[in-house]
Design a protein around this ligand. Structure first.
Ligand SMILES: [Zn+2]
Length: 321
């Protein structure tokens, strides 16, 4: 019988575990949303229990698996399988998650950053199929990324390569990133910046068609609300979306100059802003790259769907295939 894969996607809000064929088709999956309340050991037990539950439910044995791939939010030391730190889950200081899971299984267990895993999934089964090099950027509350060079993930010395969200784009900005620096790309361009950007427009005297009440809690401004604004032609929402697109376009231009990839794939919640957003990203990039771009670079949107995280994680055991 053909072997299958198991993927585990550990995010800030949900824990997904899935069985998948080697051609990228999900066989079965389970999703929990209570993992963030658990200790490191509690989460480890939850992951193990979900893997065993899925195997039993689908009449598979451990020996039917090629391996278990885990994509986890946060900074991951790939070669040791250690979570260095996760800003949106408590605890997790240098926790050896890979070995903790491995202790219950004989097949290989691989732990990597979730953006790396998503990049690999996109490369094998999504918009990256057929390419040699690819940069994947996920744009939501923050910005994560994965680098594929010569069909392999490029992880760097520690395993934290591709943290483009922390490249500094506005050093004099008053927007402080989760890393503590000012003006990181993700601090000025994505979900975490939206409350500040909206308030700034209000202070400048701009009028929003969203008609938020005077006591509105601006920390609730997010991509979904600005999408509503875009849909009703709200000038404030549109300005912020264009500003974000411009910053992301500059970020992609910097990536182009550093790595010269043939493909950039964009995913994440803010892509729900659609062609209005994507158009600004592309326009900014092509204006900056001009005739320095000799061979064309494609900027595409992820087409792997809502299971991208767990599909990417399940791809980790076949990265070198
Ligand atoms: Zn940063």
């Amino acid at each position: 019988m053909e072997k299958i894969l198991c993927g585990v996607d550990i995010g800030g809000t949900k824990l997904s575990v899935a069985l998948m064929t080697t051609s990228g088709k999900i066989i079965d999956k389970c999703i929990d949303c209570d993992h963030a309340e658990k200790t490191e050991c509690g989460l480890t037990d939850q992951v193990k229990a979900n893997i065993i539950k899925l195997l039993h439910r689908n009449n598979f044995k451990e020996s039917d698996l090629l391996g278990i791939g885990i994509g986890c939010t946060g900074h991951i030391r790939f070669k040791d399988g250690i979570i260095i730190t996760i800003s949106n889950l408590k605890g997790y200081k240098c926790y050896p998650l890979r070995d903790a899971i491995q202790s219950s299984f004989k097949i290989p267990v691989i732990l990597d950053n979730d953006a790396n895993a998503q990049a690999l999934g996109e490369f094998k089964f999504g918009a990256g199929k057929g390419f040699n090099d690819m940069i994947f950027l996920t744009i939501s509350t923050g910005i994560g990324a994965g680098i594929i060079i010569n069909k392999r993930l490029h992880r760097g010395m520690t395993g934290t390569a591709g943290e483009f969200g922390h490249t500094i784009i506005e050093p004099d900005s008053d927007l402080i990133c989760t890393c503590g620096n000012k003006g990181c790309l993700m601090a000025v361009a994505c979900g975490m910046a939206l409350p500040h950007l909206f308030q700034k427009k209000m202070k400048e005297g701009k009028v929003s068609k969203l008609r938020l009440p005077s006591d509105f809690d601006y920390t609730r401004i997010d991509g979904k609300l600005l999408k509503q604004g875009l849909d009703i032609d709200d000038p404030v929402s549109k300005e912020i979306i264009l500003d974000s697109g411009r910053y992301v376009g500059i970020g992609i231009y910097n990536i182009f100059q550093a790595l010269n990839p043939s493909l950039i794939v964009l995913g994440g919640g803010l892509l729900s802003w659609g062609d209005f957003y994507l158009g600004q990203i592309r326009k900014t990039f092509y204006e900056l790259a001009r005739d320095m771009m000799y061979d064309p670079i494609e900027i595409k949107v992820s087409d792997i769907g809502p299971d991208a995280g767990v599909i990417g994680a399940a791809s980790l055991p076949i990265e070198l295939c």
